[in-house]
Design a protein around this ligand. Structure first.
Ligand code: HEM
Length: 361
């Protein structure tokens, strides 16, 4: 009995065994810079909160969701029969969208603050890996209800890769599991969505956060020029952490308000024999890529346009991924300016293509 901790000695007892005070000391020692762009430091945390919401609501959805033949019926039950099922489904869908939005804001703010520069290159690359996984989470989750919209959007999304030499066999046999989207596809997307992607995402996220912990937050270029005596910062714990929590509270409110006031819709069950409804389109975060292919198709008819569009997208993506190697000067120079203007062009092109995509529906 003597080795059992008393309540007031519980922290000391756990600390002696787990080294908690070392973690608290690191957090209290870590400083977060304060300047007029500090607001952008919260977006990584907001993305993290959304991921936690996805895990919690996703596990609850798993209690009733049944992939395969009964996919639509099980989502209908969750939405209309199960107590608060509609709310959990709605929160999962809205939080997924907020997460994609948060990750994009985070990526562009990190880009314009030039936080990809030495020694943070791996922060940038692991981040890009996370973004790719987040997009795959969205794409695979979209099909799971198997309603009209999700069925046809997935069919369109897989059409082009299923025709490309080199990847067509993988897309047809492994991803789609047959010549057309069906039960096999739902089963595979389900395995991807709830097992494969989380297993890849979590260790990558842990590594990403470890790197942030190691290097701390980068200073944006304007602030770096300031003399040391004029720079301001606050301890991560408790000051910045408290602000992070406040941001989480705001984000949770946004998700709750959206989920209750605009409950996520469930369309008619997918009917593969019916013709695609007019205006079928992908989720908003795939719209710019979709419109790029459509736009190139206007200039170069047939497959040539789509292949040219994919080529252009791949070139920009490679440049984007290699930006830490291209813009590596410590003193801002020509390459730094090229990187900044490329960033502005990518933001402008993404917004313009997305707006054009919706206008053309
Ligand atoms: C689910 C996806 C992601 C999560 C949960 C996440 C989380 C975080 C968190 C909590 C931070 C520290 C606070 C901050 O600076 O915002 C951070 C920093 C960072 N993230 Fe992410 N991130 C994600 C995706 C990305 C993406 C897509 C990129 C870029 C391609 C990226 C690149 C970085 C970099 C370079 C830093 C260091 C920023 C600095 O030093 O100021 N992250 N991330």
């Amino acid at each position: 009995m003597s080795s059992f901790p008393k309540p007031d000695g519980l922290y000391k007892w756990a600390d002696e065994r787990l080294g908690l005070s070392d973690v608290v000391a690191i957090a209290a020692h870590k400083q977060v810079p304060q300047h007029k762009h500090s607001f952008w430091y919260y977006w990584g945390g907001i993305s993290l909160l959304c991921f936690i919401v996805q895990l919690l609501t996703g596990v609850l959805l798993l209690v009733y969701y049944r992939p395969g033949k009964e996919a639509y019926e099980s989502v209908r039950q969750i939405t209309y029969d199960v107590d608060f099922g509609w709310l959990i489904r709605s929160a999962h869908s809205w939080s997924a969208n907020l997460m994609v939005f948060g990750v994009f804001v985070h990526m562009f703010s990190v880009y314009f603050m030039k936080a990809y520069k030495k020694p943070r290159e791996f922060g940038w690359w692991t981040g890009l890996g996370l973004l790719g996984l987040v997009m795959l989470f969205g794409f695979s989750g979209y099909l799971l209800p198997m309603d009209e919209l999700s069925y046809f959007a997935t069919k369109v999304g897989l059409q082009l890769p299923s025709m490309l030499p080199g990847v067509s066999t993988i897309v047809n046999n492994v991803v789609r599991g047959g010549p057309s989207v069906g039960e096999n596809t739902v089963q595979r997307f389900f395995a991807l969505h709830v097992v494969v992607l989380p297993l890849l995402f979590m260790p990558l996220l842990a590594f990403h956060l470890l790197l942030v912990q190691k290097h701390g937050n980068a200073l944006p270029p304007g602030e770096e020029k300031r003399p040391l005596a004029q720079r301001r910062s606050v301890p991560f714990f408790p000051n910045f952490f408290a602000m992070d929590l406040a941001m989480w509270l705001i984000a949770l409110n946004v998700i709750t308000i959206l989920a209750t006031l605009f409950p996520w819709d469930l369309g008619q069950p997918a009917n593969p024999l019916a013709s695609a409804p007019v205006g079928i389109h992908p989720e908003w975060y795939f719209m710019s890529q979709f419109q790029l292919l459509k736009g190139m198709g206007l200039v170069l008819p047939g497959m040539a346009g789509e292949i040219a569009g994919m080529g252009l997208f791949t070139i920009v993506l490679i440049f984007w991924a290699l930006i830490p190697l291209f813009d590596s000067e410590t003193v801002a120079g020509k390459r730094g300016r090229i990187a900044t203007w490329t960033g502005y062009s990518v933001v402008a092109a993404t917004l313009a293509l997305t707006i054009w995509g919706y206008a053309a529906l």
